[in-house]
Design a protein around this ligand. Structure first.
Ligand code: SF4
Length: 720
């Protein structure tokens, strides 16, 4: 649970903001604070607070604590009041808003009522201030009014009911732990090691860096290790992954856990764009029908109860229920996620300061309730580097400049940036290299975030380039606020375009700053060697709590042979001319060693080119499609498992990871993603393909090779 609860004394300890977030979503998603960037909000809040404090001689930032019992639950609620009058009778709370509201928002009222209760004040004033016009509006409440008494009591009753429900659910989960087990019938080699390492780290609230090869069955083992200690401590487990296929694997694994009578409530979060029923990547709550009314629709529709009856809450289920309730699916998912034991989402929701889950990671107190499992952790530093290495393209600027032709305000905003970008226009490109690090003295213009936000955020007619530019400028502003020696300004030429980029050489501090506040972190990946290097990249090992583990290969090593075909060059620029050769390789393998051959491509685009060439060559094959509904997928897997096929699929896709293939006659795999590498067990193509090095590459299908064929292959191997 997101809030600490002492089962012995029946006491909830929490900040008021967290309690409100748990049980009172906003009345509407429109005109909220989130439509104003955080720096502007902070600045305006401080200005208004200072102004009122001076005018009315108030105390600012007063810490408060309220002890209260309601409905059998003890509350220990803390908070900090913005302003308290000198006589202590009035509490003032300041909120930034644009436009100024006509009435006070319920969740704001609850906050200020809490301060008044805790300080024994008789009156509260909610002050809304506009950061642009500096106008403000006030709403005064007498806390003895029946309306406010009912509001406050109703809120505490709801929280106590929520806590009781969660307590009951938790007791059931804890009891079920006695029969909780690994979700599959058999365990692979190495899975016991993974389970015990993850259990230890989550029990001791430490850090883990674990290398375990593909096909070890990491997902199931990591979950089996993490769930018991996290449930015992009543914390929330985050499974972070960059891939939707991995979320699918997780969902399937959790379904098995649920089928084994362990009701671990799990939610799979999709991005805002993927969750949007309006099918737009420009979310604008001000004109969105799903954002107009939020809390009343949630309450009246009973959508939370319906969703939480599911143990596994999938994006499809969320979409269906949200659309029926006429609320934004993404915001609904965020609200419901607070009632879950396991949350599967992208890395960004923890590590990107622009979109991280505020309810969980804004406060140290709530972050400490979260245990992180980071899948494919070797990719995390690169992802965070990307977040902190924004770039601006000249083409974005020029398109936006043309769009701004009649818009003086926008032009004024663009002008200094355009002049800056023009110094790096492609013609003439002033540097010898295509990419250069710019001199220290070259500094991008100052970012006036609020002005950019005002000029572009609500404009649904602006070109996509304007949106990209606005987001990039905002990210430049974020870098400027965190500027240090890790950031280098680069200029780069890309075909006819040029770009400027703040490049972050070391994102490890940004990663560390987030995970160090969490209860534990377990990073796992197929490749994490050298361990020390990755520990540093991931900001681990700062306080001597790092555990590292290398799990061995789960299959007999003699089952794998790797042939490198030096005659094939898979670099992008050579791909066109390699088509004929690839076709011949595949034909040769199939003719000389009948049976199933799998061919893995790095992209759909390349695979589709080869598909056309294979059709022209009248080859017999089956191939993955870009879009494959569930039924088609099942049929495709059945086809593969029926044997005697040449199967063309995409690496890292649906049929390359997390799929159980039981091919009876698998002969080998061609793996084109790596330059000139072919993985195969077919001895008969020896002579065409030189064996010049070996390495461990996914022997995904080795478990279906039979002993006899290994030995015959090994003999040929030796002949080479
Ligand atoms: S439904 Fe779509 S446009 Fe509306 S608030 Fe949600 S994400 Fe934004």
């Amino acid at each position: 649970m997101l809030i600490p609860f002492d089962e012995k004394t029946g006491t909830v300890s929490s900040a008021i903001r967290v309690l409100i977030g748990l049980c009172r979503p906003p009345d509407s998603l429109r005109s909220g604070e989130s439509s104003i960037d955080i720096r502007t909000r902070q600045r305006e809040h401080t200005r208004k607070q200072k102004e009122i404090a001076e005018e009315q001689n108030c105390l600012a930032e007063v810490s408060v604590l309220l002890l209260h019992k309601q409905n059998g639950i003890n509350f220990r609620i803390s908070g900090r009041a913005d302003l308290v009058s000198e006589d202590g009778n009035t509490v003032l709370e300041i909120k930034t808003a644009k436009p100024l509201p006509k009435k006070a928002a319920t969740h704001h009222l609850l906050q200020v009522l809490f301060y008044a209760k805790a300080l024994n004040a008789s009156q509260t004033i909610l002050v809304y201030t506009d950061p642009d016009t500096k106008e403000s509006v006030e709403f005064t409440q007498n806390i003895d009014d029946e309306e406010y008494k009912t509001l406050w009591t109703g809120f505490l009753t709801d929280v106590s009911e929520f806590v009781k429900d969660e307590w009951k659910r938790h007791k059931k989960l804890k009891t079920s732990l006695a029969s909780f087990n690994f979700p599959f019938e058999t365990r692979r080699l190495g899975q016991d090691d993974i389970i015990s390492a993850v259990t230890d780290v989550n029990s001791n609230e430490e850090e883990l860096l674990m290398q375990a090869p593909t096909e070890t069955g990491k997902t199931a083992a990591v979950l089996t290790g993490a769930i018991p200690p996290v449930i015992k401590k009543w914390k929330i487990l985050f499974f972070l992954t960059s891939k939707n296929t991995q979320k699918k694997i997780l969902a399937e694994t959790i379904q098995k856990v649920v089928d084994n009578n362990f009701p671990l409530r799990t939610i799979i979060l999709s991005s805002r764009e993927r969750s949007c029923p309006l099918d737009t990547d420009r979310c604008n709550p001000e004109i969105c029908p799903y954002a107009e009314v939020f809390e009343p629709r949630i309450r009246e529709s009973g959508v939370i109860d319906r969703l939480t009856k599911n143990i596994l809450i999938t994006p499809e289920k969320l979409m269906e229920e949200a659309v029926a309730a006429k609320v934004c699916p993404f915001e609904l998912a965020l609200f419901v996620s607070q009632r879950c034991d396991l949350i599967a989402c992208d890395y960004n929701y923890v590590f990107d300061p622009g979109i991280r889950l505020k309810r969980f990671f804004d406060d140290d107190e709530t972050a400490a309730r979260c245990a992180l499992l980071v899948d494919e952790a070797a990719n995390l530093p690169e992802r965070v580097r990307g977040i902190w290495s924004p770039e601006i393209k000249t083409s974005w600027m020029e398109t936006t400049w043309k769009y701004a032709a009649e818009n003086k305000k926008l032009k004024k905003l663009l002008r200094p940036w355009r002049q800056f970008m023009q110094s790096f226009a492609d013609s003439p490109w002033p540097y010898k290299e295509d990419e250069v690090k710019l001199a220290e003295g070259i500094i991008p213009p100052v970012v006036e975030r609020r002005k950019w936000q005002q000029a572009l955020s609500g404009d649904m007619n602006s070109p996509p380039e304007a949106v990209l530019l606005s987001r990039a400028v905002s990210a430049f502003g974020r870098v400027a606020e965190n500027m240090d020696e890790r950031f280098h300004l680069l200029a780069r030429k890309e075909k006819k375009d040029t770009l400027i980029q703040w490049f972050c050489t070391d994102p490890s501090t940004f990663i560390k700053d987030e995970h160090i506040r969490c209860s534990s972190i377990s990073c796992f990946s197929a490749t994490l060697e050298p361990i020390n290097h990755f520990a540093k990249e991931l900001g681990l090992g700062i306080d001597n709590t790092l555990n590292s583990k290398v799990v061995g290969w789960p299959f007999p090593p003699e089952n794998l042979s790797v042939w490198v075909d030096t005659g094939i060059n898979t670099r992008w620029r050579y791909r066109e001319e390699q088509t004929e050769r690839l076709i011949k390789r595949m034909q040769g393998a199939r003719t000389k060693t009948p049976g199933t051959w799998m061919v893995f491509f790095p992209s759909f685009a390349w695979m589709e080119k080869i598909v056309i060439a294979a059709e022209e060559a009248e080859m017999d094959f089956i191939s993955q499609q870009r879009v494959m509904p569930e039924e088609e997928r099942k049929f495709f897997v059945e086809q593969i498992n029926s044997g005697d096929n040449l199967v063309l699929v995409v690496s890292g896709g649906l049929f390359a990871e997390g799929v159980d293939l039981t091919i009876p006659d698998l002969q080998g795999c061609f793996n084109w993603p790596f330059t000139s590498i072919c993985i195969t067990k077919a001895e008969t193509i020896t002579g065409k393909i030189q064996l010049n090095w070996k390495r461990r590459i996914s022997p995904r299908f080795c478990n279906s090779w039979n002993k006899q064929s290994y030995s015959s292959r090994r003999k040929t191997d030796k002949k080479q």
